[in-house]
Structures are given as structure tokens and as C-alpha cells.
Design a protein around this ligand. Structure first.
Ligand code: PEP
Ligand code: MG
Length: 578
């Protein structure tokens, strides 16, 4: 079987499929080795036993505190534990289909729910909630074991097969054991794809409904270059993939030599290449890839695996350590850029979180998290050049608000006698069209600007960056995008304010060259993309790019622009795979 999707993170991987099914928490479907079945049966029985003890204890306590009639409901729960339809079936599934206990319970739950659906008596139908309660307790007891699989602790090397991953799941994922990721949903420009690229893990998204047919434990081959997933691939297909990997490996070796060379075009125009960072621990790797400092630290990832904001000291430690590791190069920290429901934040379920109460808009409700962050940054800036980047700017008031908070924090720290830097450079992210169109006015208020093309493309073209169904309409080379970016770069030039580009557009060699042709001299990207972009830059002349781009700005469609650029840059950027 061959499934088609979109390559979201380069490379290929061959391994066993680990299928993730979504419930309140993810449930894995694992295929057990015959020798593991007995232990799994015992694990399920132990979890049921633990559930029985807990339910009896609850029943007794309730009978004592509230009277025997109130405890009857737990009698029903205890009876469910004895019911052969439940435990008996789950045990049979483990034994006969060699699946893990969690999955067996999940399957039994689906079957029983289907039965409850047919019941016409409202009271009895309501009892399906009791069933969920009992099954949830057994699942919890299974999960409580140290060796229970979870996204943070995968059972071994695998190709992860899932409907989708939330940014928080991706942030906490046990990447070490992930050979590749295959998603039914997702899109190359969403955060999960960005994380896979930053981890260097191959990923294919938008594989759609057919992905559900992938049997757990099946041998699969993920090929991001061609955007496909092969299930139980033939020896010939595996051989072809091996050849492709060999070519990719040779290309990687060639690029490795480029890391220490300067990022200059053939006619001597220097372009500062910086890193986008999600995880502080990746900074050394970014420097090793040739990054000249961090152009975007997505600070909200500090919230991964925790439900509360990190305090000032915790943040100070992170930022100060980053400064030390960057050896004098600048660290650009973006203030919390969170959408409702992201990274453990409450409020999921809004129809359109991309347009909702996100990022700086949260400061209008509560300034404290932003102030704590600014205080930590002011302190850390004593260790190295720190720049503060304001996300999701829609106009001048946003920048003014952060300027005000920054001054307030500085005054407070000084009053408390806490050593801190003064007057940190403040920058605006231009990712909302309204802000990009006000670049001239913003440039008078900030020290630097950064074009966030990931969101800018989404908002300009009205294309949801997380929706695979419209991923083909997500066109960074769309003439409207290029014209807006050109306007921002021009506004920066006139005001003498540096403008960087930090969206994924800068990580794609052809688009990066287009940006340089528009006048960009600072690009920030996922570190793994740095050598490839640098190699492309070193093979072109900026003057020629500028001329080409002047012509491109007059064209009507992204496809035409791409054609012109591909022809002009064919020496620098290899043609995509057929
Ligand atoms: C952007 O929008 O281009 C950007 C860099 O931010 P993020 O991808 O985190 O939204
Ligand atoms: Mg953004």
C-alpha cells in the first residue's frame, strides 16, 4: 500500500509503525511478540485488581460518609469489573490479537458503547458514563506503571503514525525513539512540522483517512522527498529508498563542509544567517550548523510539559545560559506567543484560535506573565546581547504597550537593587498584514523588525497553515506576499532599521534567494536548513537576484514566479524530486 501526502521534514525512515489512537489521552496499539502475551494478560489483571481495591475503598468511605444508598453506584462499578463482556473480552483480545491491554480496553469500550447506543431507555443509556468511568480507571492503573508507553516514553524506535499531534504533544514527544512521523492531518507550515524539521526527523503530513488502515507493527517506509508512506514495502522499493538515502547522505557530507564558510553571495553581499530555536538545549547544535546567533527563540516552548508559567529565576537561568553559549552573538527572544489551547493553555475549542486572544493579546487580560519574562530578559542581558521581539503585532499600540512594560520592569528592578541591563532593543514581528502595511510607522518605534512569513502567508492568502486540505494554496512566492515583504524591507531601509525574515520561507533555498533578491540581509531559520541555504547563497549573485525579483514583482502567479526563479537559480538550487 502506498499513501500520498506532503513531505514536511526531509529524509526517509524505515521501521515499525506505532499507531496512536486518540482518546482523552492517546492510546497506543502495539503488536506484541508471542512471548509477551502472558505478561500483558497479567498486567491487565493487575490493573483490574487495583481498580477493584480502589472502588471498594471509595464505596466504603462513601457508605460511611454519605450513607449506604449513595454507595450503590460503586456496587454497579464493581459488578462491571466482573462482567465477562468487559474483562473477559479484553483478555481475549490480548490473547488472540496480541495487542496491548490499553488497546484491548479501548476496543471493548467501542463495542460496548455501540450497544449502549441501541438502548432506548434513557436511564440505562446514561450508564455508559459509568462504563467510561470504570474503563478510565483501569486505563489509569495501566498507565500508572513505570513501563507504560506514552508519547514521552515510547516503547522503542518506531515510525509514529497518528491522526495529528498537538504542539504540546510534539514538544514533549520522545523524539529519540522516533524514526519518522506520518500524520493523517497536519501541514508543512504548522508548528509540529517546524519541530520535526528542527529535530531533523523525517515527516509526511496530510496522508488522510487511508492512514487509519495501517496495521500496528506493520513495516513502513516513510519518504518525505516524495511525500509518501509505503506499508509493507517491496524489496525493490526499499532498495530504491536506500539509494535515495545514500544520495542524501552524500549531500549532507558536502553541506557539512560549508558550515564554517561565510554566507556571502558571489558578488560579495553578506547575509546574516541565524537560528530559530524552540528548545534551549538545541543551541549548541545551531551554532555548529553555522548560525550567527538566534534570530527567533520561540520562548513559549519553555511551557512544554508544565502547566504554569516558569518563574523569573527559571527563565533567567535559561536566557543567561543561552547568552553564554552564543559567545557574544545576539539572542532574540520572542515574548510568549501562545494561542488558546496551545501548549497546555486552557481555551481549546475556539473556532479560530489563529485570530483569537493570542500572544500579546493575552497581556490585556493579565500583564504579569509578560512582566516576569521581561524582568528575566533584562537581567539576562547582562550576559550578552539580548533583543526582545514582540509577537503578533497588529499596530503601534502593541509595541507601545511592551515598551511601557519594559520601562516599568527596568524601574522596578533598579528600585529593588537587582542588576539589569538598560534599554533592551525592542523589535516587532511583522506577521499580520495590518502591521506589515504599517511598517514605516513601526520602524520609527522599534530597533529592528522581523517578518514572520509563516503567519503572514496564512493571513494574507487566507489559508489556514494547519489545514492539509488547503496546503497547496499556501504559497510563500505568491505575488501578494512578495509585494508586502518588499514593502517592509523598503520601509526598514528608509528608516535605517534592520529587517530580518524568520518564517520558514527563509529555510527554503529558492524562497530564501527570492528574499535576498527583495533586499533581505538577515534570515533566521531552523538550524538544519542553514547549510543548504548558505550553499545556495554562495552560488548566486545578489545583483542578478535583485534584477530577477524586480521582474517577479510584476508577475501574477506564484507558479510563474517559481518558474522564473528556478531557471535563474538552477545552478544554486537543485530541481525538486519528480
Ligand atoms: C511566523 O509566523 O513566521 C513565525 C516565525 O512564527 P511562528 O511560526 O512561531 O508562528
Ligand atoms: Mg507567527
Amino acid at each position: 500500500m502506498e499513501l500520498r501526502g506532503l513531505g514536511a521534514s526531509a529524509g526517509s525512515a524505515v521501521g515499525r509503525a506505532l499507531v496512536v489512537e486518540r482518546e482523552a489521552r492517546p492510546v497506543f496499539r502495539l503488536l506484541l511478540e508471542p512471548g509477551q502475551v502472558e505478561a500483558e494478560l497479567q498486567r491487565l489483571q493487575r490493573a483490574v485488581e487495583a481498580s477493584r481495591r480502589q472502588l471498594q475503598a471509595i464505596r466504603e468511605r462513601l457508605a460511611f460518609e454519605a450513607g449506604v444508598p449513595h454507595a450503590y453506584v460503586f456496587d454497579a462499578h464493581l459488578l462491571m469489573l466482573e462482567d465477562p463482556l468487559l474483562l473477559g473480552r479484553a483478555l481475549a483480545l490480548v490473547r488472540e490479537e496480541r495487542v496491548n491491554a490499553e488497546w484491548a480496553l479501548h476496543a471493548v469500550s467501542e463495542q460496548l458503547h455501540a450497544r449502549f447506543e441501541l438502548v432506548t431507555d434513557d436511564y440505562l443509556r446514561e450508564r455508559s458514563h459509568d462504563l467510561d468511568d470504570v474503563l478510565g480507571r483501569i486505563q489509569l492503573n495501566l498507565g500508572g506503571a513505570d513501563d507504560a508507553p506514552s508519547l514521552q516514553r515510547l516503547p522503542g524506535p518506531c515510525v509514529l503514525v497518528a491522526e495529528g499531534l498537538s504542539p504540546s504533544e510534539a514538544a514533549e514527544l520522545d523524539w529519540q525513539h522516533v524514526l519518522g512521523v506520518a500524520l493523517a492531518g497536519g501541514s508543512p507550515s504548522d508548528h509540529v512540522s517546524i519541530l520535526a524539521r528542527s529535530r531533523g526527523i523525517p515527516m509526511v503530513v496530510g496522508l488522510g483517512e487511508p492512514l487509519r488502515q495501517v496495521p500496528p507493527g506493520a513495516r513502513v517506509a516513510l519518504d518525505a522527498q516524495h511525500g509518501r508512506l509505503l506499508v509493507e514495502p517491496s524489496p525493490a522499493a526499499l532498495e530504491a529508498l536506500d539509494d535515495q538515502r545514500e544520495r542524501e547522505h552524500r549531500e549532507d557530507c558536502r553541506l557539512r563542509e560549508i558550515r564554517s564558510l561565510p554566507a556571502v553571495t558571489r558578488d560579495g553581499v553578506a547575509v546574516a544567517l541565524r537560528a530559530n530555536l524552540e528548545f534551549p538545549e538545541d543551541v549548541d547544535q545551531a551554532v555548529a550548523q553555522g548560525a550567527l546567533g538566534v534570530g527567533l527563540f520561540r520562548s513559549e516552548y519553555l511551557l512544554r510539559s508544565r502547566r504554569s508559567w516558569p518563574n523569573e529565576d527559571e527563565q533567567h537561568a535559561v536566557y543567561a545560559d543561552l547568552c553564554a553559549r552564543l559567545g557574544g552573538e545576539s539572542l532574540t527572544v520572542r515574548l510568549w506567543d501562545l494561542a488558546p489551547g496551545e501548549l497546555g493553555q486552557a481555551g481549546a475549542g475556539w473556532h479560530n484560535p489563529a485570530l483569537g486572544e493570542r500572544a500579546l493579546r493575552l497581556a490585556r487580560r493579565d500583564r504579569r506573565p509578560f512582566k516576569v519574562q521581561l524582568r528575566a530578559l533584562l537581567r539576562a542581558a547582562l550576559r550578552g546581547p539580548v533583543r526582545v521581539l514582540v509577537p503578533f503585532v497588529t499596530g503601534l499600540p502593541d509595541v507601545e504597550l511592551v515598551q511601557e512594560l519594559l520601562e516599568e520592569c527596568q524601574a522596578e528592578l533598579e528600585a529593588q537593587g537587582v542588576p539589569c541591563a538598560r534599554g533592551l532593543p525592542l523589535g516587532a514581528t511583522l506577521e499580520v498584514p495590518a502591521a506589515a502595511l504599517q511598517a514605516e510607522a513601526l520602524a520609527r518605534r522599534v530597533s529592528f523588525m522581523t517578518v514572520g512569513t509563516n503567519d503572514l502567508v496564512q493571513y494574507l492568502l487566507a489559508v489556514d497553515r494547519s489545514d492539509p486540505r488547503v496546503a497547496h494554496l499556501y504559497e510563500p512566492l505568491h505575488p501578494a506576499v512578495l509585494r508586502v515583504v518588499a514593502g517592509v524591507l523598503e520601509a526598514g531601509r528608509r528608516a535605517g532599521v534592520p529587517v530580518a525574515v524568520c518564517g520558514e520561507m527563509a529555510a527554503d533555498p529558492l524562497s530564501a534567494l527570492a528574499l535576498v533578491g527583495l533586499g533581505a540581509r538577515e534570515l533566521s531559520m531552523t538550524p538544519s536548513a542553514l547549510p543548504r541555504v548558505k550553499a545556495a547563497l554562495r552560488a548566486v549573485e545578489a545583483r542578478q537576484l535583485e534584477e530577477e525579483l524586480r521582474g517577479c514583482l510584476a508577475l501574477d502567479a506564484a507558479a510563474e514566479i517559481e518558474d522564473v526563479l528556478r531557471r535563474a537559480c538552477r545552478q544554486a538550487v537543485p530541481a525538486p524530486a519528480p
